[in-house]
Write a new protein. Sequence first.
Length: 80
Amino acid sequence: KRDARDFALWKNHGPEGEPLGHVYDSPWGYGRPGWHVECSTFIASLESELSSLHGRPMRVSFHAGGKDLKFPHHENEVAQ
């Protein structure tokens, strides 16, 4: 993250002693994918499955959630 407008691709897990929750070991340390990676991966998987089912490329675009998530979540997902 080089600028306040950048979104995180990987979120490092919190301070020592904080519960781990859903974290994974990686070359970048313990953490988890950022929201936007999770959403993009889900959509890519869904598009692939739908394309196979219909025999042609299928595009999926939906963004759900509260207005409070428009920035950064929805806008960053679209940007990615």
